[in-house]
Ligand binder design. Structure first.
Ligand code: ASP
Length: 325
């Protein structure tokens, strides 16, 4: 008998500093996460695929301005938005991904179309937009992605020539030491999004979407759209979606490493996720976390930052959401 279907999501590792969080904001995050989990849970309860559940959950996360993906994405150093997304089906190892798009309303839907209809795995920039246009996906004016909170955040980062993890309490993406002149109001830091799921047929899938890192150089691509780094799914092992300092997740092939450790070392999902996030990534100053599920219905929500917006829902049970450790 297959395990009970389950979906897990994240809205970014790192979070608003606990000291800067207020009850009302915290409640909004919990409510948004729970609502999106329930939407994914409904798809799984109706016998829908893990692939459909993660695509829909990430679409909803993109539409929610609280999170750094789609509406509410961070600004590049050029004052623009460049969005990346990916999706992978553990049943077939089919994958789709797009990077550096500026006008596609829901990047994850473009990634999903790549998976569904294209012989290729990844499209970037103008080519990705041409593909999305040919697929009749919804386009928006770039101003759609802008939110006041993100703009203020960028104004503070701009001119420092430093990139930063948009949501990380420690602010600077490539330094473990928070500088005294922290240019980002801790209350204005939010996160990247992702989802993983196991369906009633025993298949797993993963999806990830992001605006990237505040003040990133134009053209910079992070881990989110890279299969194996920010997203991976294989029925034989697990499905993984990551968030954090993308460059380190790329160098560590973080998502695939969780799967590989299960496959080659025969360790549990929990042990593999913990080794990657708590042991291997910190060795290269990689900060962030991941959500993962395996075909037995085990769930890992692992992070090495102060918090990670996260939650999971098993079919028939109420969603569980959390922010801090
Ligand atoms: N991993 C994302 C990137 O590097 C950023 C994040 O998760 O906040 O683009």
């Amino acid at each position: 008998m297959n395990a009970t279907p389950v979906i897990a999501i994240h809205g970014g590792a790192g979070t608003i500093l606990r000291s800067a969080m207020n009850t009302e904001t915290e409640a909004r995050y919990h409510a948004a996460l729970a609502e999106i989990l329930r939407a994914g849970e409904r798809i799984l309860a109706d016998g829908g695929s893990a692939l459909d559940a993660v695509t829909e959950a990430v679409r909803l996360l993109e539409d929610c301005p609280l999170f750094n993906a789609g509406h509410g994405a961070v600004f590049t150093a050029a004052g623009t938005h460049e969005l990346d997304a990916s999706v992978m089906d553990g049943a077939t190892l089919d994958a789709g991904s797009i990077s550096c798009v500026t006008r596609v309303k829901n990047p994850v839907l473009a990634a999903r179309r790549v998976l569904d209809v294209s012989d290729h795995v990844m499209f970037t920039a103008e080519g990705a937009e041409a593909f999305a246009q040919a697929q009749r996906l919804e386009f928006v004016d770039p101003s759609y992605f802008r939110t006041e909170a993100r703009y203020e955040q960028w104004l503070k980062a701009r001119g420092t020539s430093r990139t930063m993890l948009d949501h990380d309490a420690q602010t600077f993406a490539f330094s473990n030491t928070p500088p005294e002149d922290d240019p980002i109001d801790p209350a204005k830091k939010f996160g990247t999004v992702g989802a993983v799921a196991l369906d009633a047929h025993g298949h797993v899938a993963a999806a990830t979407s992001t605006g990237g890192i505040t003040n990133k150089q134009a053209g910079r691509v992070g881990d989110a759209p890279l299969i194996g780094a920010g997203c991976y799914a294989n029925d034989a092992t697990c499905a993984v979606s990551t968030t954090g300092t993308g460059e380190m997740f790329i160098r560590m092939l973080a998502a695939y490493d969780v799967s590989a450790q299960m496959e080659y070392r025969g360790v549990s999902l929990e042990a593999a996720a913990s080794d990657v996030v708590m042991n291997k990534l910190p060795r290269i100053e990689g900060r962030g976390g991941l959500v993962a599920v395996d075909a037995q219905g085990n769930v890992a929500l692992t992070f090495n930052t102060e918090g990670m917006y996260r939650g999971y829902a098993r079919v028939g049970e109420p969603p569980v959401t959390a922010i801090y450790r």
